[in-house]
Design a protein around this ligand. Structure first.
Ligand SMILES: [Zn+2]
Ligand SMILES: [Zn+2]
Length: 166
């Protein structure tokens, strides 16, 4: 009898644990918008062709993707992954960066990106930041921090928000 009660108690406890686990899963099932777009940027990055760094960028307005980009060679030229890097002063300069390619893709397709947000898996380099700023993008969501401190200082002056999304 006490064994039965003990079994009953354990089953109840297991059941509670399973329910709790399910609730956590259900909560986790629906990611918020910022993580949704950052997750997509990470998928975009898997197309990158320079293995020194894979970066992906997604330009978004009103929860709609306007454009995507990853770092890769100039169209028609060979990729780092095939012919090796093109190193200048410690950096590979073969690729057009992800953020620049996302802006270029919008231009090629005639998509207006003024006032949009950009999600990029790494915070922009100075060159890309300048493009982002002049494209009229006002918020930069980034994954990991990438060398350039200057970007953060100038962004503050320009009123461009930089927001880290884990
Ligand atoms: Zn490279
Ligand atoms: Zn860049």
């Amino acid at each position: 009898m006490s064994d039965d009660l003990e079994l009953e108690r354990r089953l109840e406890e297991e059941n509670r644990r399973a329910e709790e686990a399910g609730r956590r899963l259900a909560q986790g099932k629906r990611v918020d918008w910022h993580h949704y777009f950052m997750n997509i940027a990470h998928v975009v990055a898997t197309r990158a062709t320079c293995d020194r760094k894979h970066v992906g960028a997604v330009i978004v307005r009103d929860k709609n993707i306007l454009s995507t980009g990853y770092n890769g060679s100039i169209r028609g030229l060979p990729h780092c992954d095939d012919v090796g890097h093109d190193m200048v002063a410690g950096h590979c300069v073969r690729t057009v960066h992800a953020e620049a390619n996302a802006i270029i893709q919008a231009a090629r397709h005639g998509v207006r990106i003024e006032g949009a947000d950009i999600y990029t898996t790494a915070s922009p380099c100075w060159e890309c930041f300048k493009l982002i700023a002049n494209a009229g993008i006002k918020r930069i969501f980034y994954g990991e921090f990438y060398r350039e401190e200057k970007v953060f200082q100038v962004a503050r002056e320009l009123g461009i928000e930089l927001i880290k999304i884990e």
